[in-house]
Design a binder for this molecule. Structure first.
Ligand SMILES: [Zn+2]
Length: 216
């Protein structure tokens, strides 16, 4: 019970902030929500988008899946439904994959976990893992995990374009596609630059290149 009490205490803080000290939630209920962002993020409890980006209720859609993986399009799957709703009906402007460093899901893939459920889901990143091996080899596990984390984000961007709703909105210029990586150790957000085929430090660009090489 003490653990659950923590959540209820947290709810009271939330209620005070958004119901009692302001009419934030009442305004959202009255006017509806029109978030600019849709973020696909990992189940890791340290990497939640609302926490990392310090957003208020109503500011972003979030879809949490292990490894922040995006599998290829399949009619009516969770992603197809969520993205269709957010893009067609709520007119989001930016679609973001938020991977992160030290990802347990990616580590399970690299370590070839024998948990069939985890392995089954993470196998959708097999191509990213295989490609990472060609870049950093298999000797250094940490380097392989870090490279796979990056390649999984890039793979996710490619897979997003297999979703008809996403491709249509992107081709029309209605949405941007963004592959980001939360570097938990160095407290920075990196973004994939498609033209340069590299990740760049978005939060502290002056430190970008060096830190990029050292930490990712
Ligand atoms: Zn993760």
């Amino acid at each position: 019970m003490p653990e659950r009490k923590r959540l209820l205490e947290g709810f009271k803080t939330f209620r005070k902030k958004y119901y009692e000290d302001s009419d934030w939630m009442q305004q959202l209920l009255k006017n509806g929500t029109h978030p600019d962002f849709f973020v696909i993020h990992c189940i890791d409890p340290r990497s939640g988008a609302a926490t990392v980006f310090n957003t208020d209720p109503g500011e972003l859609f979030g879809d949490r899946v292990m490894g922040a993986l995006v599998p290829p399009y399949e009619e009516g799957n969770d992603f197809a439904a969520s993205l269709s709703y957010a893009i067609k009906h709520k007119k989001i402007k930016h679609l973001i994959i938020l991977g992160h460093t030290q990802c347990g899901g990616i580590e399970a893939l690299v370590n070839n976990t024998n948990d069939k459920d985890i392995a089954g889901w993470m196998s959708s990143a097999q191509h990213a893992f295989d490609y990472a091996k060609t870049i950093v080899g298999i000797q250094n596990k940490q380097a392989l995990c870090e490279e796979t984390e990056k390649q999984a984000v890039i793979m996710g961007l490619k897979n997003l374009m297999t979703y008809p709703t996403v491709k249509d909105a992107f081709d029309k210029g209605d949405i941007t596609l963004n592959g980001w990586l939360f570097d938990m150790k160095n407290a920075a957000i990196y973004g994939y630059n498609t033209a340069k085929s590299s990740f760049e430090n978005l939060t502290d660009p002056q430190q970008g290149q060096q830190q990029q090489i050292n930490s990712l």
